[in-house]
Design a protein around this ligand. Structure first.
Ligand code: NAD
Length: 480
């Protein structure tokens, strides 16, 4: 029997005010994973009110930062205990191979919670240098109620990037998971409830972007919106939030350049570039989807790269031998197909892939795809495809690589492969990106800030830096 999931508001599991539901599907099989209570404007309003009450008074408001931290640690511990279960439901919802969920995404998610649990009692204000007749100091206070809107590619992890620092700083939160992948976020709320999170501190309102998402982004009593998703939705959210001048952090899309110089370790560069584009079926905001190869090693690199792409094992995400699962939906598959057709029309050469993969059942599988003879002007080099499609571009020298790499509306990440130390640092300085990977790609660590420049967004998640996004400074002027 298909499991039903209710929404979580004010510590209660309940149906929506209108009683509506929607289905969450397994992208590998098309089967229904769950029937989910659908939130709309009224439910979002109830959730914001519950979060406001919890923020202003009650156990949460009175809890010491150390106790808050301990509670977050307890939730992290519970997540470790339920790791197999969480990995399985996440992979069934978003199609990520179980090995990648279990050994990469889930441990990284719990690590984020532990990192911020440890920071809860380290939020500090300052005493300022002032004359003896007065005292000036700052308090670093939580913002209040945070509205978090998250996408489907890493539902738990991208929720945690917001939830953990927000709660560590003393805020409360209303989370709107993506309509494709609400289940793991609801299970996460259950874990927090089991370890004793006070009612209303975490609220989850599953639903659609244009209804629940829109209601959250434009709600007058939200103190900040933390959004991860596409650049086009980011623009809409910015407009909605402007109605009440709400602060925003936006983690948006990318078209990240991954640049391989002739002096790089070839084997490492091939492996890293494979991971850079094909990890999570290419559905990674920081994916190295524009691959720049220096002319003198072009043939050698491509020979290895194409063979490796063709050897990727596509299949059911729950099989431990699977290296690549399905795309998230039929809609996303069609989007990829459209980009592939446009690439061919505009003159790029398809080296491998470029079609659906039908041997793994009825899911939304697509083959690892490589285009060469791509120029930076082509659509497949300019727009985010969000699938396993890489656009390969040749370059002559450092100057040529930089000019092409920076010629993008996006600025989320960039990769550089070289054994020349000075060149690596020169590139790091000149690449316009929030993160630059040198001789590696797509790495994450809870302690390292992550975010974009240009139209990839603003604000930094992760690291100590994220605490700044969930606190505000109050200055006190006291005449003695
Ligand atoms: P999306 O923008 O379609 O949806 C993201 C979330 O926004 C979902 O919860 C959705 O329901 C909600 N939403 C949609 N329309 C809305 C509206 N009008 N008002 C309020 N909320 C609305 O993105 P997606 O397809 O779920 O995710 C893929 C995108 O996310 C890609 O562009 C990817 O690059 C980006 N992403 C960025 C990062 C990052 O850290 N920079 C990380 C992961 C994904």
């Amino acid at each position: 029997m298909v499991k039903r999931y209710q929404m979580f508001i004010g510590g209660q599991w309940r149906d929506g005010v209108e009683g509506k539901t929607f289905k969450s599907y397994n992208p590998a099989t098309g089967e229904v994973n769950g029937i989910i209570a659908e939130a709309d404007e009224k439910d979002v309003d109830l959730a914001v009110k519950a979060a406001r009450r919890a923020f202003e008074w009650g156990t949460w408001a009175e809890m010491t930062p150390s106790d808050r931290g301990r509670l977050l640690y307890r939730a992290a511990q519970k997540m470790w205990e339920k790791a197999d279960f969480l990995a399985k439901i996440e992979s069934m919802d978003n199609g990520l191979p179980i090995n990648e969920t279990k050994w990469i995404a889930l441990p990284a998610t719990i690590d984020v919670l532990e990192f911020y649990a440890g920071l809860a009692n380290k939020v500090q204000g300052e005493t300022l240098a002032s004359p003896g007749i007065r005292l000036n100091y700052t308090l670093r206070e939580p913002l209040g109620v945070i509205g978090a809107i998250v996408p489907w590619n890493f539902p738990l992890m991208l929720t945690m990037w917001k939830l953990a620092p927000a709660l560590a700083a003393g805020n409360t939160i209303v989370i709107k998971p993506a309509e494709q992948t609400p289940i793991s976020v609801l299970e996460l709320a259950k874990i927090f409830q089991e370890v004793g999170i006070p009612d209303g501190v975490i609220n989850v309102v599953p639903g659609f972007g244009s209804t629940a998402g829109q209601a959250l982004a434009s709600h007058p009593d939200i103190d900040k919106i933390a959004f991860t998703g596409s650049t086009s939705t980011g623009r809409i959210i910015m407009q909605s939030a402007s109605k009440h001048l709400k602060p925003l952090s936006l983690e948006l899309g990318g078209k990240s350049p991954n640049i391989v110089f002739a002096d790089a370790n070839l084997e490492d560069a091939v492996n890293g570039s494979m991971f850079g584009i094909y990890f999570a079926q290419g559905q990674v905001c920081a994916a190295g989807s524009r691959l720049f190869i220096q002319e003198s090693i072009y043939d050698k690199f491509m020979d290895l790269f194409v063979r490796r792409a063709q050897s990727i094992r596509i299949g059911n995400p729950l099989e431990t031998t699977t290296q690549m699962g399905p795309q998230i939906s039929e809609e996303q598959l069609q989007r990829i197909e459209k980009y592939v057709a446009t690439g061919l029309e505009e003159g790029a050469r398809l080296l491998t892939g470029g079609k659906r993969f039908t041997d793994a059942g009825s899911g939304y599988f697509y083959t690892p795809t490589i285009f060469e003879n791509v120029t930076n002007e082509m659509t497949i080099a300019r727009e985010e495809i969000f699938g396993p499609v890489v656009s390969v571009i040749r370059f002559k020298d450092e100057e040529d690589a930089l000019a092409k790499a920076n010629d993008s509306i996006y600025g989320l990440a960039a990769g550089v492969w070289t054994n020349d130390l000075k060149r690596a640092h020169r590139m790091v300085r000149q690449l316009k990106a929030g993160t630059v990977y040198v001789n590696t790609y797509s790495m994450l660590d809870s302690a390292c800030p992550f975010g974009g420049t240009k139209q990839s967004g603003f604000g930094r998640e992760l690291g100590i830096q994220a605490m700044d996004m969930y606190t505000q400074i109050k200055h006190v002027w006291l005449d003695l």
